[in-house]
Design a protein around this ligand. Structure first.
Ligand code: UT7
Length: 348
């Protein structure tokens, strides 16, 4: 990434816009993403469940998704994305102070996937933990990482969103199996003034709607038994219609809050990077925000919904594509199970 010294910094009056807060700023100094090689197309799914390419593309915008190999786990996906972000940032494993892995598909219930990543990327000094905020996990991770940087607790924080969702998908349920895919993305955070500043990140949740999108089995409420497996409780379940409605509302609220904190409106945003769950959700949020269609970054046709990986992969691809220039303002918006939501503003 190129240095941004030539760009005149934007002055924010609102103290909650945390760029250069008390002489400290939090920047994204490296990005990376990784998706598995194997592609599963809508045509492939037509052969296994009662669906059609036409239904999937018109209702969701998804054309294909990636599926990890049997011996490729979430920690592998996370580590591959992390190593790319570290290489871009010019950071070695030894320099990393903290690893946060956002995921709903950890390699094991414990220990954390973050600990397994620590080994795989050689970050021996780093503290490591997982965070579970479903599809909102990457923004939750950015906000948490930002707090550690701003408070001077840590100098280098690695935030990863990664999933192997193919292991919790009921491949006989057409309502859900067409929607999801595997993949991950990562960001390295540091106090590096004049680099890509994370201006604000905000998070929200509503546990009253937990049942709308969940995996009932496998936890302390419903541990694995022969019966729980027979009842297919170890797969993701979703009330799609209700989730859709809440997604649009919550993403709108989160985006407005993030922009309010920075005292900007949608016209100042160069690129909106929303959670990649459904093209219709993205368009509805964009329209309600008063955004122009060309402000929206969409890549879900290639990957489907990769949950915590989604905006992390999209952010990396948006930057790689050359669509974002230094000094541009980006708006990331997420929504997921919990319910959870969040948004972030980044000055690139
Ligand atoms: O990442 C977390 C956030 N996730 C989301 O935000 C996802 C939110 N929900 C959605 O994206 C949409 O609700 C879905 C894509 C899941 C479903 O779209 P929809 O327009 O809400 O469809 P629906 O569930 O109302 O189903 C309409 C019809 C039903 O048939 P009937 O009852 O009208 O005869 C479904 O059985 O479409 C049927 N259907 C399918 N048909 C072909 C559902 N899935 C499929 C399918 N192929 N894969």
């Amino acid at each position: 990434m190129s240095p941004t010294t030539a760009v005149k910094p934007i002055k924010f009056k609102n103290p909650r816009a945390q760029h250069d807060f008390k002489g400290r700023s939090c920047s994204i100094v490296g990005l990376g993403s990784y998706v598995p090689e194997r592609i599963l197309t809508n045509a492939d799914l037509e052969k296994t469940v009662d669906t059609s390419d036409e239904w999937i593309t018109t209702r969701t915008g998804i054309r294909e998704r990636r599926i990890a190999a049997e011996n490729e786990f979430t920690s592998d996906i996370a580590s591959k994305a992390a190593l790319r972000a570290m290489s871009q940032a010019g950071v070695t494993g030894n320099q990393i102070d903290l690893i946060i892995v956002a995921t709903i598909t950890p390699d094991m219930l414990f220990p954390s996937t973050a600990c397994l990543v620590q080994q795989k990327i050689g970050a021996r000094r780093a503290a490591a933990f997982d965070l579970e905020a479903a599809c909102s996990g990457f923004i939750y991770g950015l906000e948490i990482g930002q707090q550690f940087i701003m408070s001077r607790t840590y100098d280098t924080v690695l935030v990863i969103g990664a999933e192997k969702l193919s292991t919790i998908i009921d491949w006989s349920d057409r309502n859900t199996c067409v929607l999801f895919g595997d993949g991950g993305g990562a960001a390295v955070l540091q106090n590096r003034p004049n680099s890509h500043g994370l201006l604000t990140a905000c998070m929200g949740a509503d546990g009253g709607k937990a049942e709308l999108l969940c995996m009932p089995g496998g936890g302390s409420r419903c541990p694995a038994t022969t019966q729980s497996v027979a009842n297919r409780l170890h797969y993701l379940r979703m009330d799609g219609k209700e989730t859709f409605k809440h997604a649009v509302k919550a993403m709108l609220t989160a985006a407005q809050e993030a922009m309010r904190r920075c005292e900007i409106d949608i016209t100042k945003i160069k690129c909106i990077i929303p959670h990649q769950a459904n093209r219709r959700i993205i368009d509805a949020v964009g329209e309600r925000l008063g955004a122009r269609p060309e402000q929206l970054f969409v890549n879900l046709e290639k990957y489907g919904n990769t949950s915590a990986g989604s905006v992390a992969i999209a952010l990396d691809e948006a930057v790689q594509s050359g669509r974002i220039q230094q000094g541009d303002l980006l708006l990331l918006i997420v929504f997921g199970a919990g319910l959870t939501w969040g948004a972030a503003v980044i000055e690139w």
